[in-house]
Design a binder for this molecule. Structure first.
Ligand code: FAD
Length: 493
């Protein structure tokens, strides 16, 4: 049976970090957004080590900072690597980069079942209509444009939804990414296989690095060791393609024998117990995960997060790229909904920015997988790919913290929030139906605080024109973020 046709400004397929982010940021602009998720949350997902750009940038814009704090996730100050020609482990802290100053110098290690649930619930709270157990089957096309999707709900009822924009945020398993045209190109270089499980009782690094990700190279590849809670550790072996055989057969035996081959991880897991029940009780394998789509959009449809591309787990860039691309796509959708004539330029900007960020990680990681170099040479490479003018180590930390894009939203999200609050409060105070009495005083006190914070910035903006943060576009003829950070606009001349 087929149900009625519904109409939205945007339909988002998939409720992972990319989908929840883009849906929330479009809904916050007052647009009607439907998000369709195949599973019922909480659902398992890999990708547990986050970057400061996600935690203090995008998550702050989404308004989930306090909820993340309440969730009690492990605080990650940086990474510890037994990698390259140096036989000793070396550690970097996000605090090395001035971009992640103060509280911004941390990220979280998250259980994705909890993290993704927080983002999806937040999308609901911010006005997105979220429907779980709804599987998107195909897109609707009309006059050369994607104009909606077809899906089945939890009762097997088929629906058609019409929408100005369709966002494919359905991850690596996307069944509709082909509709933007072009192929998914699998990397010739990154052809690794990951085999991963969970342990209770693994060792922790000494403070303050107890929450760091530990990455340890060994003959067949490398291990990640991610402390999710005091007790629970995510452990995964990333094997070179030639080692495929080692991941086949009995997965438990395979994982345990790989651990035996890597002395540092074996030492950390001595006395630990492999989890054997519940969602963490399964040993999983992932391969063919390094790819990029030929096109990221076509009129009416855009790919975000893993639906568009993914590189490699080593620097935990997956959720960063997912949430960064979602923010970029939200700007493009908001811009096109306000002014349909701006659609082409807005989505070209999206694709250029997402490709640029992806390429930074990609090019750096190619050099990082050369195990004959030491860390100084990796830092130098980071400086080269980012064209950074600071020291090598700062360039490296900025890149692997997700801060290389010079995107204000990622390193100073507060400035957009201050401006939004300022605008909203100004509208309320100037409104003729303003609540009277004490409320007015409260509002004015609140406005006064906001004015002090945002005032200086806004005065500069008044003097310089629309854009003060990013006067220069990323590329010739490109656009820059608008004052509210939620649209694209032409750069000030
Ligand atoms: P997803 O998180 O995959 O979400 C997609 C959603 O779409 C899912 O909930 C799915 O159920 C839903 N969906 C799928 N099909 C449909 C459909 N037809 N209809 C409706 N809904 C649908 N990243 C990190 O940041 N840190 C790490 O430490 C890290 N480690 C990794 C290790 C490995 C081995 C791999 C392979 C990846 C790792 N990643 C890591 C990457 C990370 O897993 C992804 O980049 C991230 O989850 C992408 O988010 P997303 O929102 O694009 O997709």
């Amino acid at each position: 049976p087929t149900e009625t046709t519904l109409e939205y400004d945007a339909v988002v397929v998939g409720g992972g970090p990319a989908g929840a982010t883009v849906a929330t940021l479009v809904s916050l602009q007052g647009h009607r957004v439907l998000l369709l998720e195949k599973e019922r949350f909480p659902r398992y997902q890999i990708g547990e080590s986050l970057l400061p750009s996600t935690v203090h940038g995008v998550c702050r814009l989404l308004g989930v900072t306090e909820e993340l704090e309440r969730a009690g996730f492990t605080i990650k100050r940086g990474g510890t690597f037994r990698w390259g020609s140096n036989p000793e482990p070396w550690t970097f802290a996000f605090a090395i980069s001035p971009k992640f100053a103060g509280e911004g110098a941390t990220a979280y290690q998250v259980e994705r079942m909890k993290f993704d649930q927080i983002l999806l619930d937040n999308a609901r709270a911010k006005g997105v209509e979220v429907r779980e157990e709804c599987s998107v089957l195909d897109v609707v096309e009309e006059d050369g444009r994607v104009a909606g999707v077809r899906f089945t709900d939890q009762d097997g009822v088929r629906h058609t939804v019409r929408s100005r924009h369709v966002v494919d945020a359905s991850g690596h398993k996307s069944r509709i990414h082909g509709k933007v045209g072009g192929k998914r190109h699998y990397s010739e270089y990154f052809r690794n296989i990951a085999l991963f499980g969970y342990f209770l009782g693994g060792k922790r690094m000494p403070p303050p690095n107890q929450g760091n990700i530990l990455a340890a190279a060994f003959d067949s590849g490398w291990f990640w060791y991610i402390p999710l809670t005091d007790e629970l550790t995510s452990v995964g072996a990333v094997l070179r393609h030639e080692e495929l055989e080692r991941a086949q057969g009995d997965r438990e035996q395979a994982l345990l024998s790989l651990i035996d081959d890597c002395p540092l991880i074996a030492e950390y897991l001595a006395g630990a117990r492999l989890v054997d029940s519940g969602p963490y009780g399964e040993i999983r394998v992932r391969k063919d995960y390094s790819y990029s789509k030929e096109s990221f959009w076509r009129p009416g449809m855009v790919l975000v997060g893993d639906a568009a591309c993914f590189i490699d787990p080593v620097f935990s860039s997956g959720v960063h790229l997912a949430t960064y691309s979602a923010l970029m796509a939200a700007r493009s959708i908001n811009t096109a909904l306000r002014d349909p004539a701006a659609e082409q330029a807005a989505f070209e900007e999206y694709e250029a920015r997402y490709r640029h960020e992806y390429a930074l990680f990609h090019d750096f990681l190619v050099a990082f997988y050369d195990m004959h170099q030491d860390e100084e040479s990796y830092f130098w490479k980071a400086k080269r790919v980012t064209h950074h003018t600071a020291t090598e180590i700062e360039a490296f930390v900025e890149l692997v913290g997700g801060g290389a894009s010079n995107e204000t939203a990622l390193i100073d999200a507060g400035s957009y929030i201050e401006r939004r609050d300022f605008r909203e409060l100004t509208e309320i105070v100037e409104s003729p139906v303003l609540a009277l009495g004490e409320d007015r005083n409260l509002l004015q006190a609140s406005l006064a605080r906001s004015v002090v914070k945002a005032g200086a910035r806004i005065q500069v903006q008044a003097a310089l024109g629309e854009n003060v943060d990013e006067v220069l576009p990323m590329r010739e003829g490109g656009l820059v973020p608008s004052l509210d950070g939620m649209h694209w606009t032409a750069p000030a001349s």
